[in-house]
Design a binder for this molecule. Structure first.
Ligand code: F6P
Length: 319
């Protein structure tokens, strides 16, 4: 293999730049020609492809977002769109593509593989919802952003003796809510993987009030219900005026933590090693600090799981 490309797709995540840098630099180190594809699969279909050198990825390791830009493409899901992308790759002589993104991006990579393109996926999403890896790139940074927000909201919740409901991202997964709730000392955590009765949450607030506690923090994963709905339900049941904060896209931005930069660098270089070794149609990951890879089929069929012990611990510590 002589020419490879790298693209970022789906929701951006902090550390994607570090992964792009690692793919480009490792590829050049191995003597390959490396191309950057702008705007994900949309840019691939439109031929927004540029040959990169060492300097192309200079000064990006510490930056949030993705210098390649990203997109979610409906057109690429069609055969016509896929053929456009393949034509572009062929016209540049590109044989291998590294795709950095979440499960939707992996499905795209799987499609490219069906047309004979060698592909390797790198898990880049704040949601931490990709099987076959303990962590996705961006999760740690988003977690720290949320914890910082919880700490700030706690200051004002404490001062005004309020219950604060904070809605966090994660799509259908509860990892961001669970980890940030545990780290932020939340009284209750609502995640899609565990069904929780709002009555139980209200009881907990009530018990807290009875023993002199005047403020509480409730973390709601967007995949379970909405923060606004939780506030409504609490108001229906108790004489309280809870406040809601929806953290939204704030959680996707910001400079990547050291953990995410190291993870991205290791996974990016490993993806190139696999491509050159012709171990393709796979996604890379990290399990117990070891680099691993699994075929897309295995990963895409597998449901995401949360750490139930951690959920139990969070409940035990917030009685
Ligand atoms: O997958 C990353 C993510 O930020 C999810 O947590 C969230 O549900 C979704 O993307 C939001 O997507 P958009 O930015 O397109 O609204």
């Amino acid at each position: 293999m002589k020419k490879i490309a790298v693209l970022t797709s789906g929701g951006d995540s902090p550390g994607m730049n570090a992964a792009v840098r690692a793919v480009v630099r490792k590829g050049l180190y191995l003597g390959l020609e490396v191309f950057g594809v702008y705007r994900g699969y949309t840019g691939l279909m439109e031929g927004e492809i540029k040959k990169f050198d060492l300097g192309s990825v200079g000064d990006i390791i510490h930056r949030g977002g993705t210098m390649l830009h990203s997109s979610r493409s409906e057109e690429f899901k069609t055969e016509e769109g896929q053929r456009k992308a393949i034509d572009q790759l062929m016209s540049h002589g590109i044989e291998g593509v590294v795709v950095i993104g979440g499960d939707g991006s992996y499905r795209g990579a799987q499609k490219l593989a069906e047309y004979g393109i060698a592909t390797v996926g790198i898990p880049g999403t704040i949601d931490n919802d990709i099987p076959g890896t303990d962590y996705t790139i961006g999760f740690d940074t988003a977690l720290n952003t949320i914890v910082d927000a919880i700490d700030k909201i706690r200051d004002t919740a404490m001062s005004h003796e309020k219950t604060s409901v904070i809605e966090v991202m994660g799509r259908d997964a509860g990892d961001l809510a669970l980890w940030s709730g545990l780290a932020g000392g939340a009284e209750s955590i609502m995640i899609p993987e565990v069904s929780i009765d709002i009555g139980g949450i209200v009881d907990k607030i009530q018990k807290g009030i009875e023993r002199g506690k005047k403020h509480s923090i409730i973390i709601v994963a967007e995949g379970s219900t909405s923060g606004v709905e939780v506030v409504k339900q609490i108001k229906n049941r108790m004489n309280l005026e809870p406040r809601v904060t929806i953290l939204g896209h704030l959680q996707r931005g910001g400079k990547p933590t050291g953990f995410d930069r190291v993870l991205a660098s290791r996974l990016g270089a490993y993806a190139v090693d696999l491509l050159t070794d012709n171990q393709v149609g796979v996604a890379v990951g990290i399990e117990q600090n070891k680099l691993v890879h699994y075929p897309f089929d295995k990963i895409l069929g597998k449901p995401h799981q949360i750490n139930t012990n951690m959920f139990e611990l969070a409940s035990q510590l917030s009685i």
